[in-house]
Design a protein around this ligand. Structure first.
Ligand SMILES: [Zn+2]
Length: 72
């Protein structure tokens, strides 16, 4: 009694189509999925935060702020 059912184990490899970066349209990078770079990920983040979250004149305030004060 060999009732071997042909199980569909051999599933066709699904080639996941790489979704382009929603910001600039470039192929997304695995590291920054679904964006192509941290830059675009940041852009998207700001979009979520407030749509037009733009502060003219302050390119990068984080670089100036230094919370890591070494205790002497
Ligand atoms: Zn991008």
């Amino acid at each position: 009694m060999s009732t071997e059912k042909k199980t569909e184990a051999a599933e066709p490899v699904r080639l996941r189509p790489r979704r382009p970066c929603p910001i600039c349209g470039k192929p997304s990078a695995q590291k920054y999925h679904p964006f192509c770079s941290a830059r675009c990920a940041d852009v998207d983040l700001h979009r979520w935060l407030g749509g037009h979250y733009r502060i003219p004149g302050s390119p990068d305030t984080d670089a100036v702020a230094n919370d890591d004060e070494p205790e002497s």
